[in-house]
Design a protein around this ligand. Structure first.
Ligand SMILES: [Zn+2]
Length: 480
């Protein structure tokens, strides 16, 4: 206590943002209060470390409650590094022996009580303790191994790590920066976190190659959103493009209005039959893509003659119902599987990606370990119960602010949507998401969901493959 009284007034001089050399600052304090530097450090250090733990555990509580998970990928890496720093500090001070996991988890409960006054009651989070436990086990197991890897790199580099080495050690071997610093006996490079952020930004942005310029065209009027049961419609051709991937053959048309669903949001496109006024025979729409505000309809054969002549011509389009139904079932099934995962596994489940083709669908979820056979079965059962309940599915355009107020950020499972209006898909009492795909009107139309397999595809991400509707029957028949 004596030393604390003397140290207190000078503690502010240790602000890392203000001093160039922290070690020197420590030295100066020790001199001023007439103590040895070792004595000051050994007395002060545990309290400092206790504050680090209190600060870091609060950060962990908030980030995990907000949907982040410790992993090697993206922001998950920060959660892992912060958590592992806490683990190492606990280990260094022999605090694990004293408190154990149960005591450690109590810290989070204390934070909750403390924060309730500001944010209100924390919602129940059934998987929180599990997430911490799994990460702790992983850290304990990999700690020695990672240190060995780091020591090997240090030897190779003759004691001097490059910035790349630091980043590899942190992101691939999960060693916190201050631990690397301790082992390699050099301070954390000043530009380390900036460089990490920069690299993340670079990988997040992939540039899209635009092959067709649609800027001069009016937006394709989306008939699907006006009436999702519309399978036949009339429209006018507004533009003809030469297919640059097919030797410039003229087989792409843009319409002023269309109910054909273009490939987007991880869902495959519709196909359709199409007739053009004054032209013999039927065309097939074999692909549809969205470019800018327009839907490009790719035809099975070329438009013959002078292409300018087709502009303004009337067309009649009839969408293939069987394909639409199968895609719609896989898409709606994805919402159902997602809701089931959240129900079975816990609120840390967020959608990390999805793909729906006629063959099958998959959903990527944020989860900290592989699924057990039992969990797979539970998810499948839950999904089929939702289907059998014949729950209504409502689709509506909502004001963005109003939708966020009503449903929260859980809306954005497929990523944040630009604009002031959202298309909200609500499976009553089960799941609400901002989503633009094709959906059934009742969960019953999905027919059946058969989980094919699940796979841990990267750290913190599990992929579930499943089939629905008629494809589920195909797969189940094949298994018999
Ligand atoms: Zn959807």
């Amino acid at each position: 206590e004596e030393i604390w009284k003397k140290f207190g007034p000078y503690s502010c001089t240790l602000n890392i943002d203000e001093v160039d050399d922290v070690d020197k600052a420590w030295e100066e304090i020790a001199e001023r209060i007439d103590e040895t530097i070792e004595n000051v450090k050994t007395k002060i250090q545990p309290v400092k470390e206790m504050y680090i733990i209190l600060d870091h555990t609060r950060t962990i509580l908030i980030t995990i409650s907000d949907g982040a998970l410790p992993s090697n990928v993206g922001g998950g890496g920060n959660v892992r590094n912060i958590l592992r720093r806490v683990f190492s500090i606990m280990k260094k001070n022999n605090w694990w022996d004293k408190f154990g996991m149960e005591g450690f988890l109590q810290i989070f409960e204390q934070h909750k009580l403390d924060l309730e006054g500001i944010y209100g009651k924390f919602p129940e989070y059934k998987s929180f303790g599990q997430i911490i436990q799994v990460e702790y086990d992983r850290w304990q197991f990999s700690d020695d191994e990672s240190v060995k890897k780091l020591e090997k790199i240090i030897k190779q580099r003759k004691g001097k790590l490059t910035l790349d080495d630091w980043i590899v050690c942190m992101q691939s071997h999960g060693i916190p920066a201050d631990k690397i610093s301790e082992i390699v006996k050099t301070p954390i490079p000043q530009n380390l976190y900036y460089e990490i952020a920069l690299r993340q930004e670079r990988t997040a942005k992939a540039t899209e190659v635009v092959l067709y310029n649609t800027i001069h065209l009016p937006e394709t009027d989306n008939l699907y959103y006006k009436d999702h049961t519309m399978l036949e419609f009339d429209a006018k051709i507004t533009e003809v493009f030469k297919n640059v991937t097919k030797k410039n053959r003229p087989n792409i048309i843009v319409l002023d209005r269309s109910a054909v669903y273009p490939t987007s949001g991880g869902q495959q496109h519709d196909t359709a039959s199409l007739t053009i006024e004054g032209c013999a025979g039927e065309y097939k729409v074999i692909d549809a893509v969205k470019v800018g505000k327009c839907v490009l309809h790719i035809l099975d054969r070329d438009l013959e003659g002078y292409t300018e002549m087709f502009k303004g011509k009337k067309v009649h389009v009839s969408i293939d119902l069987d394909r639409r139904r199968q895609l719609q079932a896989h898409h709606t099934g994805t919402h159902i599987v997602f809701a089931s995962c959240r129900d079975v596994l816990g609120p840390h489940i967020w959608q990390a990606g999805a793909k729906k083709t006629t063959e099958q669908a998959h959903l990527d979820i944020t989860h900290y370990k592989s699924l057990s056979k039992q969990e797979e079965r539970d998810i499948e059962n839950k999904a089929n119960r939702i289907i059998n309940d014949c729950t209504r599915i409502n689709k509506s355009l909502m004001d963005k602010a109003e939708a966020e107020r009503q449903y929260g950020f859980h809306l954005y499972q497929g990523g944040v949507v630009p604009g002031n209006e959202l298309r909200v898909v609500n499976i009553e009492g089960i799941d609400t998401e901002a989503c633009c795909g094709t959906h059934c009107d009742s969960t019953a139309e999905v027919g059946w969901i058969k989980l094919v397999k699940s796979q841990r595809i990267s750290d913190g991400i599990v992929r579930l493959y499943y089939v629905a509707y008629e494809r589920a029957i195909d797969v189940m028949n094949g298994e018999m």
